[in-house]
Design a protein around this ligand. Structure first.
Ligand SMILES: Nc1ncnc2c1ncn2[C@@H]1O[C@H](COP(=O)(O)OP(=O)(O)OP(=O)(O)O)[C@@H](O)[C@H]1O
Length: 422
C-alpha cells in the first residue's frame, strides 16, 4: 500500500520518490531473507538436538557406533573413533554412569559379590580378579571373573569400558566365546562380570603339559594330535561366529584361549574385536605381539578375518610344540623382514605332515590364498578322523616365562602364569 501511495504522489522526474522506493527494496528484501534463514536454522538445530537425545536414550549396542565394513580404515581416519558421544564438559563420571539404561538389565548387585579370591593378572584396562558370587544358596557360591576398570579413570575410559560391556552383550552367547554374566556399573569401581573358565589360558595349559603333572581338578595335562585339532576346531567356530558379525578377533593366540576340564576352548581377549566393531579397524597403536601377526597387519594395511587365519596357523604351532615361542631364531622386531623373504616356520618334529600342510595354508602371504575359518574347520574335521589319539605330545624342556616373553616379544607382566607355582 505504502509503495502504491508513493508512486501515485510522485512524478517520474521526482528524484526523492525514486530514492524512497529503493529504500523499501533495500530494507524489506534482506529482512525477509534473514528471517527465513533464521527460521530454517532453528528448525535444523531443533531436529539435530532431537536426534542426539533419541540416540542417547536408545537401549543396547546402538549406543556404540554402528558396525562399519571391517576393512575400511578410512572410518577411523575420518575420526569416528568414539563410542558414546557425550561431550566431556557436559557431564561428570557419576552423571554418566546414571545415564546408561542399556546396561540396567545386566546389573549384578554389589553385595552379591562376596569375596575376591585372587588377582589373576593386570588386563589392558585394569586388574582381572577371581571372586565369589552369591547365587542365593549360601553353600553354593559361584566363582566369577571380574574385569575391573583401574582407578582413577577419566570419562573417556569409563565410556570405553561401558562400550566394551555393551559389545559383549551385543555379541551374545557362543559356546566358544567367554560369556558375560553381568556388570556393576552404577557406581565406581566398575566391573565386568564374566564366567570363570577355571583352568585358565591354553598357553599355561600347554606349558603344564610339559611337566609331569597328570591331572588337576579333572583336567588331564596330556595332549594328543587329535586334541590339538579338537581345540583348533572350537577356535575356528568362534572365528566363524565373529565373521558372521563382520568382525574379526585380531589377537588369536594360545594366551587368549581359555580351557575347561573337558577341553572346551573359549576365545577371550576381545578388546581388538571391540575396536573393529567401533572403528571398523584395529588402531595401529595397539601393541600386539608381532610374531602372531599376518603380513598385512605388520604392514599396517587393512586387515580382516584372514589375518586371524594367519594367527590360527601360529596357534597350531603353539599347540603342537606345547607352547614354544614362534620363530625362536628371529628377534621380534625383525619378523617383517623375515616374512618379506617369504620365510615361514619349519615343520616342528612333533607335527605331522597333514597338520603342517594346514599351517602352511594359513601362512600364505596373500590373504586371498588363505582358507576362510569355515574352510579351515572342514579341513580339520577331515584330519581329525585319522589323527593320533594315543601318542602324547612331549617336549622335555621346561619354560622359563621371562625367556619365553623375550623370544616371543611379549611383556612378561601380560602373561598370567601359575605354571611356575606347580
Ligand atoms: N573368564 C575368564 N576365566 C578365567 N580366566 C580369565 C577369564 N578372562 C580372562 N582370564 C585371564 O586373564 C587373562 C587376560 O584376559 P583378557 O585377554 O581377556 O584380558 P585383557 O588383557 O584385558 O584383554 P582385552 O583388552 O582384549 O579384553 C587371560 O589370559 C586369562 O588368564
Amino acid at each position: 500500500m505504502g509503495m502504491t501511495r508513493t508512486l501515485l504522489e510522485c512524478s517520474l522526474s521526482d528524484k526523492l520518490c525514486v530514492i524512497q522506493e529503493k529504500q523499501y527494496e533495500v530494507i524489506i528484501v534482506p529482512t525477509f531473507l534473514v528471517t527465513i534463514f533464521l527460521i530454517l536454522l532453528g528448525v535444523i538445530l531443533w531436529l539435530f538436538i532431537r536426534e542426539q537425545r533419541t540416540q542417547q536414550q536408545r537401549p543396547g549396542p546402538r549406543d556404540i557406533a554402528p558396525v562399519p565394513p571391517s576393512r575400511d580404515l578410512s572410518w577411523e581416519a575420518a575420526g569416528h573413533g568414539g563410542n558414546v558421544a557425550l561431550p566431556l564438559k557436559e557431564t561428570s563420571v557419576e552423571n554418566f554412569l546414571g545415564a546408561t539404561p542399556a546396561l540396567a538389565k545386566l546389573q549384578v548387585p554389589r553385595e552379591q559379590l562376596s569375596e575376591v579370591l585372587e588377582q589373576i593378572c593386570n588386563g589392558s584396562y585394569g586388574p582381572i580378579l577371581r571372586a565369589n558370587m552369591n547365587t542365593g544358596d549360601a553353600s553354593k557360591p559361584k566363582s566369577v571373573i571380574l574385569k575391573a576398570l583401574k582407578e582413577p579413570a577419566g570419562l573417556h575410559e569409563v565410556q570405553d569400558f561401558l562400550g566394551r560391556i555393551q559389545f559383549h552383550q551385543y555379541l551374545g552367547k557362543h559356546k566358544n566365546l567367554v560369556q558375560l554374566e553381568g556388570c556393576c556399573t552404577e557406581q565406581l569401581p566398575l566391573y565386568m562380570v564374566l564366567e570363570d573358565v577355571a583352568h585358565g589360558d591354553l598357553l599355561n595349559f600347554l606349558w603344564t603339559c610339559r611337566r609331569d603333572v597328570m591331572t588337576m581338578d579333572g583336567l588331564l595335562y596330556d595332549l594328543t594330535e587329535k586334541q590339538v585339532y579338537h581345540i583348533g576346531k572350537q577356535v575356528l567356530l568362534a572365528l566363524e561366529f565373529l565373521q558372521d558379525k563382520h568382525l574379526f578377533h585380531g589377537d588369536v593366540a594360545a594366551r587368549n584361549i581359555l580351557i575347561q576340564s573337558d577341553l572346551t576352548a573359549k576365545l577371550c581377549g576381545l578388546g581388538l574385536a571391540y575396536e573393529v566393531y567401533t572403528r571398523g579397524a584395529i588402531s595401529s597403536t595397539q601393541t600386539i605381539p608381532l610374531k602372531w601377526l599376518a603380513p598385512e597387519r605388520l604392514l599396517l594395511k587393512p586387515a580382516g578375518i584372514r589375518a586371524d587365519v594367519w594367527s590360527f596357523g601360529i596357534l597350531l604351532y603353539e599347540m603342537v610344540t606345547l607352547g614354544a615361542p614362534p620363530y625362536p631364531e628371529v628377534p621380534p622386531a625383525s619378523i617383517l623382514q623375515h616374512l618379506q623373504k617369504r620365510k615361514i616356520m619349519k615343520r616342528p618334529s612333533s607335527c605331522t605332515r597333514t597338520m603342517y600342510g594346514i599351517m602352511k595354508s594359513c601362512w600364505c602371504w596373500r590373504e586371498a590364498g588363505r582358507p576362510s575359518p569355515r574352510e579351515l574347520r572342514l579341513r580339520l574335521e577331515v584330519a581329525i578322523k585319522t589323527a593320533d589319539d594315543k601318542a602324547v605330545l612331549q617336549v622335555p624342556e621346561l619354560v622359563v616365562p621371562e625367556l619365553y616373553a623375550a623370544v616371543a616379544g611379549i611383556r612378561v607382566e601380560s602373561l598370567f602364569y601359575n605354571y611356575s607355582m606347580l
